[in-house]
Design a protein around this ligand. Sequence first.
Ligand code: 0O2
Length: 221
Amino acid sequence: RQIDQLRDIRNKVTRFMMMYKFALEELETKINILNEEFHLLHEYNPIEHTKSRIKSPESILEKLNRKGGGESLASIKETIRDIAGLRITCSFVEDIYWISEMLKNQSDLHVVEIKDYIKNPKPNGYRSLHLLVQVPVFMSDRQEPVYVEVQIRTIAMDFWASLEHKIFYKYDGSVPPRLLEELKDAADSATALDRKMEKLHKEIEAIKSAEEEASEGPELL
Ligand code: 0O2
């Protein structure tokens, strides 16, 4: 019967989307553990905040049309690999690479692809580190690897990207050249700010460790 077929499709789609929710929850827990452990060892949090999102069905269909993949759930899963997204905002660029290394070292995660838009920024000035990971989701009867796109960036990179995103959508992709130039200029300023903040941070860390060493006094034999 048609109603049973519809119910079956609905259940499959619900289950499909739930897998992404579970994968995001697992990954967020991993990130929280790393952040707390880092805080314990180094007395600061490398992660300012995290934000997760699941792509809306409209956005999935739009991307599917653009990319031209098949419409079965199995093929959507392979074509649209950013249905689940986790954005991690850090204080300093070195924290980004630290988090990325920590994720690469986790034996149950599979890092499928890395796009380093920090070392190689996009022509418009976009910077971020993108990791495509597969997170194993354990169900009652099976285990399924689920794609999550992780974007790791500094506060300055995030500030720039969210404004650029708004401008891009406001002009429906055809941003006037003057604004494009100003955005590129702002991206360069954000890069300079990141460098300056990291330099200051390192100086403060060096002063702190020198003070700690001095307060411990000379080692007694
Ligand atoms: P949303 O709404 O943030 O999810 P593709 O994913 O196939 O379209 P590609 O090259 O595989 O493209 O993906 P890439 O380069 O890894 O970038 C995908 C995501 O990175 C985008 O997702 C944005 O979130 C972000 N991004 C990439 N380039 C830019 C940019 O120039 N400006 C801004 N603000 N964000 C960018 P979505 O699905 O486009 O958007």
